[in-house]
Unconditional design. Sequence first.
Length: 246
Amino acid sequence: MSGHSKWATIKHKKGALDAKRGKIFTRLIKEITIAAKGGGGDPDGNPRLRGAIAAAKAENMPADNIKRAIQKGTGELEGAAYEEITYEGYGPGGVAVIVEVLTDNRNRAASEIRHAFSKNGGNLGETGSVGYMFSKKGVIVVAKAVADEEKITEVVLEAGADDLSDEGENWEIITSPKDYEAVVEALKAAKMTPEHAEVTMIASTYTKLEGTTATAMSRLLDAIEDLDDTQNVYSNFDMNEETISA
């Protein structure tokens, strides 16, 4: 594995973190709303909104839902006032965890996040306690079945990618956030449509987990991801294929 984005790759191998489409839609609607509130309702001039809309379309969200979420963000329609909060902490085995939430109730969010950590062998840390270990990057996964190494290397490097690595059945491309969209579009134009693509946080170092510690970490992640206010979870643990499958 490349060492760049084990957590992103693990998430991809596990499949979608949220099996329930309703929960996926809720999180995407919140992201669209907060993106429109912060940068306006025109996706051409708002990269965050553009990315949120693309993610929603990838999940086959109806256009009317997307439109209403934008209008709530711009104030054209009444909606909840969401607040963005980031929590940092430690999971079993001392692994670093970052949780991003969008909530209309700061006290409820803090209480639920703290409870999830303490009940599952982790603990919340201070702001900045683990954030320095992560950087925001684009992660794009392309199946080898649709792209040979020479061609995909040429396409992604020309579009501005930082790195390309061999991840078994897939190629994994790492980009800066600003070059992410250009690389995704270049791949699509070259008929190499990604299996998975997101702007995420990846860690500079990783902690290998096995056995009961790995199981405990999975329980913590499930507990955090099940919370209604949770938008994204990032961690720096590494597990082998057998543990991920289990």
